[in-house]
Ligand binder design. Structure first.
Ligand SMILES: Nc1ncnc2c1ncn2[C@@H]1O[C@H](COP(=O)(O)OP(=O)(O)OP(=O)(O)O)[C@@H](O)[C@H]1O
Ligand SMILES: [Mg+2]
Length: 576
């Protein structure tokens, strides 16, 4: 083995470049972040060959003084922090003082800059280890950095580059992230001399629409929550508009785009109840937090963070999203109106429903469908978000009329959701009311089930069942949860026992709780082809309004859909 020696500066930078600039898109990200740190209001990006041939970023920021130009390209040189205290509360995007040095070590870089008050700009070029002397150069203002032939001197790295289209796609993604993070800044993007994007300064809502497409907003909720020095704002997609991939998930911490496991987990948790596990929500979320509470010095690419109070941040994000989603009665196109409405209109209904639940220990199912409700016309005073029932279609859908037009409800899915939320609520309060069966039902069971019943009678009571062994091979159900009195007792009991047997009693009540309650709800939800009267249908609509998350069934499918009058008119070409 050869002796230990200190590596030359260039090699050190090239090693660093391996992490900091692993592909053209990473170099682009670093250049854009530098421009934003310099206070730029307008940024223009030109790429050629997917960024492999050329990346130019020009800004109108504060610029770099002539004598500091070589320093900007030196390793461990930065204007952004000066001490450990600064590092512990970084407010800028950059702070490591290595991005430009790393890029310069693996490309042919030209840095031109002009500070306010100077007569002209100054330029330096770097290629490998050589940095030229500063020379005068024409430039209106700000800074322009040109990066040519990335990895020209590191062939091994060059081999890892993909096709131009792939590298360009990554560059575009980096551009999108930065553009989303600063809606007040103007951006343009060119590739191979063709204009790709032009973003004017705008509101966050406008920027999200411009970058991700206006459709994003049709299926999204705006959110802005603050608590204990934390703020979460942005837009989150409704579950019914979830996607098969994670491609529309943007998360920023103090304006920095991050990939953070903790945040991702909190978001997933908030959607867990309303989203199928193979689907992914869309979101553009901004977390604002005291910089001292978050460590950004975790990885050279600066895309990971660590929170001092990880638990607190997790809870805050989860609750903020959970609240937003719980309000989302809407599953479909009229998110805004429907979300705004229930809070006001459904309040008395919600109270009425709760009063009913407390006063009436008998079957919820009965109360739900017996509650008389006038099939009233739509007069302003009694307007309700989901309107009033008109008819039942094919034994599957309830058709109703509200102010916007036609409402179509999947009655099984909606009822299942209502039961599920009620069960969750009741279990949280540790009081799932039992309904004794007039005639107890016995059924034959495996020895294991009989053992489960004997061992876990208490747990079963907690969730509203009175089940006992009738013989070594049969069980008898004496009571079921009142909310589920309409279900087939033996099949319901068998399913619940299977859960308890498979996962153990304690897990069934903790991490498997929601799965268990969903199974139970499905058993008792109104089946297809059951004929509902108009008052029954109206009762269902009122319950939906009073139920959190009733826009989706327990499997994340929408429970109802709005067809507006305008859509109907379009269908019939009215008014043309
Ligand atoms: N577009 C720009 N406008 C003005 N100054 C710039 C610009 N780009 C770079 N600089 C100056 O050059 C310095 C070095 O930039 P570099 O990106 O290498 O490091 P950094 O941004 O400080 O930290 P990091 O390595 O985390 O990005 C910056 O600290 C800044 O002072
Ligand atoms: Mg930087």
């Amino acid at each position: 083995m050869s002796s230990i020696r200190v590596l030359p500066e260039l090699l050190i930078s090239q090693i660093a470049a391996g992490e900091v600039v692993d592909r053209p898109a990473s170099a682009l990200k670093e250049l854009l972040e530098n421009s934003l740190d310099a206070g730029a209001r307008e940024l223009s990006v030109q790429l050629a060959g997917g960024g492999m041939k050329l990346i130019t970023v020009a800004d109108d920021g504060g610029g770099i003084a002539r004598e500091e130009l070589p320093l900007a390209l030196a390793r461990h040189a930065t204007s952004k922090i000066a001490s450990l205290e600064d590092l512990e509360r970084v407010a800028s995007l950059g702070f490591r003082g290595e991005a430009l040095a790393s890029i310069a070590a693996v490309s042919r870089l030209t840095l031109t800059s002009r500070r306010a008050g100077e007569k002209h700009g100054w330029t330096v070029t770097a290629s490998g280890a050589d940095v030229s002397k500063a020379a005068p150069a024409p430039l209106a203002a700000g800074t322009s950095i040109e990066v040519r032939d990335l990895y020209f001197n590191t062939p091994a790295r060059r081999k890892f580059l993909k096709f131009e289209a792939t590298e360009y796609a990554h560059c575009e993604e980096a551009f999108r992230r930065i553009a989303l993070s600063r809606p007040e800044v103007a951006f343009t993007l060119q590739h191979n001399r063709r204009a790709q994007r032009h973003l004017k300064p705008q509101s966050l809502r406008g920027r999200i629409g411009a970058v991700l497409g206006e459709e994003f907003h049709t299926g999204a909720l705006q959110l802005d929550e603050s608590s204990a020095g934390l703020r979460l704002h942005g837009a989150v997609g409704l579950p019914a508009h979830a996607r098969a991939s994670r491609d529309e998930q943007y998360c920023f911490v103090n304006g920095r785009c991050v990939r953070d496991k903790l945040i991702a987990h909190a978001i997933r948790q908030a959607y867990r109840d309303v989203l199928h596990h193979e689907q992914h929500p869309s979101f553009v979320l901004f977390l604002e937090i005291d910089p001292a509470q978050v460590d950004v010095n975790v990885h050279p690419t600066k895309t990971e963070v660590r929170f001092r109070d990880a638990r607190g941040v997790h809870q805050f994000i989860f609750h903020a999203l959970n609240k937003a989603l719980a309000g989302a009665v809407a599953g479909a196109t009229t998110a805004r109106s429907a979300v705004a409405a229930p809070g006001i209109a459904a309040q008395p209904m919600r109270q009425a429903a709760m009063a009913l639940g407390a006063a009436e220990p008998t079957a919820f199912y009965e109360t739900l469908f017996r509650q008389p409700e006038p099939a009233a016309p739509l007069t302003g005073a009694e307007e309700v978000p989901l309107g009033f029932a008109l008819a039942q279609l094919s034994g599957v859908y309830v058709l109703a009329q509200n102010r916007q037009g036609l409402v179509i409800v999947d009655m099984h899915a909606a009822h299942e959701r209502i039961l599920y939320e009620k069960l969750k609520d009741a279990l949280d309060r540790r009081e799932i009311p039992m309904q004794p069966l007039l005639v107890p039902v016995s059924f034959s069971a495996e020895a294991l089930d009989v053992a489960t019943v004997e061992e876990h009678a208490e747990v079963l009571r907690t969730i509203g069942f009175d089940i006992a062994a009738a013989s070594p091979t049969s069980l008898i159900v004496r009571a079921v949860p009142a909310l589920l009195a309409d279900a087939d007792p033996s099949r319901l009991a068998s399913d619940v026992l299977r859960e308890v047997r498979e996962y153990g009693a304690s897990r069934v009540l903790t991490e498997r709780r929601n799965e268990l309650l969903a199974t139970m709800a499905c058993h008792a939800a109104v089946r297809a082809n059951r004929k509902l009267s108009v008052p029954e249908m109206n009762a269902l609509l009122r319950e939906m309004e009073a139920t959190e998350r009733s826009g989706q069934c327990n499997h994340g499918r929408p429970t109802w859909h709005q067809v507006t009058m305008a859509e109907l008119d379009r269908l019939f070409m009215r008014g043309r």
